[in-house]
Design a binder for this molecule. Structure first.
Ligand code: ADP
Length: 381
């Protein structure tokens, strides 16, 4: 088990276009940290720098007590699992597992015991004589994990390891990876662009955008207290509804309703002082029909579309939002924002017109630059 420290790590592939801005991160020994962010934000580059497959321009990488910044990849005691498994097609499962040990010049007896141990840990005992082409996707994934753990690395790096598996298997293998990591106690950094994967696996999540950290925290913290609109839109089953609002007459005034400031917790009221225009974020699952007693804010709307997801549905309500506000919202959240309000509710709900409310404490508040109002900036990194 080893702690990993990245200090001011910077990288650009071509001069003047920086892929990683000076980047600081501490991963505790035995911790599972998930790097998440849209495609192209620099996640794989960061892993390659740690593994030594790319050279950094600046900064320092420490693993345990060692400075590994300039070490050859094979001396780093880091194992990496790639998306395409990278198994040798002409070798059996046994020989794929043994390969890293043979290459390191381990003794035959040691190779035999290590392969046996790892095969037992990953339930590969029955498959040792097969070649990769005779394995299912999930089994290939287990062999790739086995080959990664066989040299008892101090750090695992996993780059989108489940993206070649179908949805059902993905959740199963994800559980297996988590369990294995717990059992071995090895520090792990796991890259994905899938926010569900991030939330279900991670001790802590690192949300990245354009080579920079947006927020670091536990999945719960990041969901409850996103530091900005980009993070709020990235994590969560459906992105929040973001609505432009004004502070006027001791109330948060929206196009479609208003909320008296007295309904908000005192810290938020204080933090709102000096703000005139803001954005409010409302998670679709936080909205409730006011018939069921859904809080003080009232939003009304006409149903235009329904998406059924199991026993729930996302109801889309027509809303009038000016094109200019939608363009700003799309820029701040990094995704296309439409003029519809989304409400997640029971699939059996067949209403056509609704009046919705929410608990004031479920309201997310952002300034005109998209930064969260009234919340600490997440934990220090
Ligand atoms: P992610 O893993 O988050 O999708 P990457 O780290 O793969 O992001 O890429 C980050 C940025 O660096 C992208 O803009 C990508 O095009 C660029 N990039 C990645 N690898 C190279 C390379 N070898 N040469 C030049 N540019 C690269």
């Amino acid at each position: 088990m080893s702690k990993l420290v990245l200090r001011s790590v910077a990288k650009s592939y071509t001069r003047g276009t920086s892929v990683l801005k000076p980047f600081d991160l501490v991963v505790q020994s035995g911790e599972l940290v998930v790097l998440v962010g849209p495609s192209g934000c620099g996640k794989s580059t960061l892993l390659k720098l740690m593994a030594g497959l790319e050279q950094l321009d600046d900064g320092q990488i420490l693993l345990g007590e060692r400075d590994i910044t300039r070490l050859e990849p094979r001396h780093r005691r880091i194992a990496m699992v790639f998306q395409n498994y990278a198994l040798y097609p002409h070798l059996t499962v046994h020989d794929n597992l043994a390969y890293p040990l043979r290459r390191a010049g381990s003794a035959k007896a040691e190779i035999r015991t290590r392969v046996e141990t790892v095969a037992a840990q990953l339930r590969l005992g029955e498959l040792l004589d097969r070649r990769p082409s005779q394995l299912s996707g999930g089994q290939k994934q287990r062999v790739a994990m086995g080959r990664a753990i066989i040299r008892e690395p101090e750090l695992f790096l996993l780059d989108e390891p489940l993206s070649n598996l179908d949805a059902g298997l993905r959740s199963h293998v994800r559980g297996e990876i988590r369990e294995l990591q717990r059992r071995l106690g090895t520090t792990m950094i796991y890259v994905t662009h899938d926010q569900v994967e991030a939330q279900t696996l991670a001790d802590r999540v690192v949300v990245m955008r354009s080579g920079e950290i947006q927020q670091v925290g536990t999945p719960r913290d990041i969901y409850a207290r996103p530091t900005n609109m980009f993070v709020a839109a990235f994590l969560g089953t459906a992105p929040p509804n973001f609505l432009p609002a004004r502070i006027r007459d001791r109330a948060i005034e929206l196009e479609a309703g208003s909320l008296p400031l007295v309904a908000l917790p005192a810290e938020l009221r204080m933090a709102l002082a000096g703000h005139d225009r803001i954005f409010v974020g409302i998670r679709p699952e936080a909205l409730q029909s006011t018939r069921l007693g859904g809080g003080e804010l009232k939003l009304t709307g006409r149903v235009v579309r329904r998406e059924f997801v199991g026993n729930m549905q996302n109801i889309h309500l027509a809303q009038d939002r000016p094109a200019e506000a939608l363009a700003t919202l799309s820029r701040l959240t990094g995704r296309h924002v439409t003029g519809e309000l989304v409400w997640t509710t029971d699939a059996a709900n067949m209403v056509e017109r609704v009046e919705l409310g929410l608990r004031p404490e479920d309201l997310l508040l952002f300034d005109i630059h998209g930064e969260a109002i009234g919340l600490a900036k997440g934990e220090p990194i």
